[in-house]
Ligand binder design. Structure first.
Ligand code: NAP
Length: 542
């Protein structure tokens, strides 16, 4: 069944898809969002695992586009848990009546651009098709959950879950022997909560990680007032600073420029403040090994001081450069290893070889389990884009598809468009600040930019836009150069695609920061969309 033609079809009803509807509606465009889940929320719809919460403060990790919305909503905790964030997103959907432009329960499988017709046809898993002049992937950077390819999993007799597809009804761990595989941001949040419920918990750790206590707590009226008395001003600050986070904005100085006393005072202040802004204590932490070593020397003893058993403490000691994999924020993570019912298994030293019907087998031992939780992350940034078979078809010359274009690594001009795929926009695509920023700020910036671009095209009578290959190449070189000046490419991180076997190794996000990036996007638009080719190929335009 083919649905009526739209101006825009988009994928995903998380923060990005919802704001897209709001923004594009205001421009008078007809938009249809296709969403695999049965409600709004995106990341916060799927990631219902125990302990899930955002490690960016909620007053900042929220929409800024409507003053009344931001004044009326009250967060209960400094770092809200998943149910509250989901309630907030649902509230936004209701308040702006967004659900009527969303088709739920549809997973998009294919998207084909018919070049002569200048139309995308988007196909969902139930066969429904939607056509539109423009197609927007608002599918998130961390939505393609990755279960490791471990032999024997299909024969496991207990229950197993990936944290990114957590069952809505929850999981009862009482009296169960549970194994958690993975100690990234997700595992570190889930482990303390699961430990409190399960009879026994084995944590299977491949890489020891850095984590800063969040020091979460209830929102007091004074705390709320700190944000709300000049919310607009704070948001403006967030939009123009590197991280997209206004409180504790970004450092102007490097650790190596400070005296030891100044440096320690700054680390101490950040440590007491809590959370991942610790990484932003100085501007040279991920740029210079010496600066990184100084942070490490401060952080590791503090972080592990609570761990009583010396051999567990040794296993929990990270060895890579701080901040080159995403810093984690936790609530009682390291303390959890003092519990009698928790054991840490070092799978770097003795890797997992199989899942057996009754547990996990490593090189040197078998661990009997009733439940296995994979907190093993995502095929990040490109995974959700490549999960849709996107291609351009030109009756005479054959076609081109995203998989071929990205065979050697993803490239997208400004992270917004892929040369060769006209009228397709990617929200927080590769080459944009996305996951290195407060992603809601980045999402709003992208959606605004795309909306403004569509409005400008309409005003000027254009109906096709595509990125120039040369502009895309130059942007990709710039993204790459920034990364190479830092320590980031040295880590086996998901930023590099290192967590997915066979994925091209390439640092995907833009390191220049959201403020600089925003200025570049605005300059491109102000100059008439330099690096893009705009044209009129249809007889009449929207
Ligand atoms: P992740 O950071 O990729 O961590 C995955 C963990 O699983 C790592 O410890 C990894 O080990 C391990 N792992 C992966 N494949 C494995 C395998 N085959 N065998 C054994 N271990 C394996 O994923 P995540 O924890 O889900 O977090 C992803 C991102 O989501 C975060 O970095 C963050 O940006 C976001 N997130 C944010 C929050 C928040 O509070 N806002 C919460 C959760 C997630 P290696 O390190 O050795 O690869």
């Amino acid at each position: 069944m083919t649905q009526e033609p739209y101006d825009v079809v988009a994928v995903g009803a998380g923060f990005a898809g919802l704001f897209l509807i709001h923004r594009l509606r205001a421009l008078g465009l007809r938009v249809r969002v296709l969403e695999a889940g049965d409600d709004v929320g995106g990341t916060w719809y799927w990631n219902r695992y125990p302990g899930a919460r955002c490690d960016v403060e909620s007053f900042e990790y929220s929409f800024s586009f409507d003053e009344a919305l931001q004044q009326e909503w009250t967060w209960s905790e400094r770092y809200a848990a998943q149910p509250e964030i989901l309630r907030y997103i649902q509230h936004v959907a209701d308040r702006f009546d967004l659900r009527r432009d969303i088709a739920f329960g549809l997973r998009v499988t294919d998207a084909v651009f018919d070049l002569p017709a200048n139309r995308w046809t988007v196909t969902a898993d139930d066969g429904q098709q939607f056509t539109a002049r423009f197609f927007i992937m608002a599918s998130g950077c961390l939505s393609n959950a990755k279960v490791p390819d471990v032999p024997g999993l299909a024969d496991f007799k207990g229950q197993w879950f990936h944290t990114g597809h957590w069952p809505r009804e929850g999981v009862d761990f009482s009296g169960k022997r549970v194994g958690v595989v993975g100690t990234g941001s997700t595992g570190i949040q889930a482990i303390p909560v699961v430990a409190g419920q399960a009879a026994h918990l084995h944590v299977f750790q491949r890489t020891a990680n850095y984590s800063i206590p969040l020091r979460n707590g209830p929102v007091t009226p004074a705390f709320e007032d700190e944000f709300k008395r000049d919310y607009a001003g704070l948001r403006e600050q967030a939009r123009h600073c590197p991280s997209g986070v206004a409180r504790f904005p970004n450092p102007q100085r490097g650790a190596l420029e400070m005296t030891e006393a100044e440096r320690l005072a700054s680390y101490e202040e950040r440590w007491r403040f809590g959370g991942i802004s610790f990484a932003r204590a100085f501007n040279d932490t991920v740029m210079k090994q010496d600066a990184n070593d100084l942070m490490r020397q401060f952080l590791v003893p503090r972080m592990l001081a609570c761990v009583e058993d010396p051999s567990t403490r040794a296993k929990l000691t990270p060895t890579y450069a701080v901040g080159t994999k995403r810093l984690c924020g936790d609530t009682g993570y390291f303390e959890t290893y003092n519990r009698d019912n928790v054991a840490l298994v070092d799978i770097q030293q003795a890797p997992i070889t199989a899942v057996t019907p009754t547990g996990i087998q490593t090189h040197d031992a078998h661990y009997p389990l009733d439940v296995i939780i994979f907190a093993t992350g995502f095929d990040a940034i490109t995974g959700p884009l490549l999960a849709v078979n996107m291609r351009v078809e030109d009756g005479s010359q054959g076609g081109v598809d995203l998989h071929s274009l990205w065979r050697d690594g993803p490239r997208a001009y400004l992270g917004l468009m892929v040369a060769g795929l006209p009228n397709l926009f990617t929200v927080t695509g590769p080459g944009s600040p996305s996951v290195l920023s407060n992603v809601v700020v980045s999402v709003e910036q992208h959606v605004e930019w795309i909306g403004n671009c569509l409005a400008a095209m309409r005003a000027r009578g254009f109906d096709r836009i595509e990125a120039e290959p040369e502009a895309q190449q130059a942007w990709a070189r710039h993204v790459d150069e920034l990364a190479r000046r830092s320590l980031m490419p040295d880590a086996n991180s998901w930023y590099m695609g290192a967590n997915i076997p066979g994925k091209p190794r390439m640092f995907m996000p833009y390191m220049g920061g959201v403020g600089v990036y925003r200025r570049q996007c605005e300059a491109v638009a102000a100059a008439g969309y330099t690096g893009f080719v705009l044209s009129q190929v249809e007889r009449s335009t929207v």
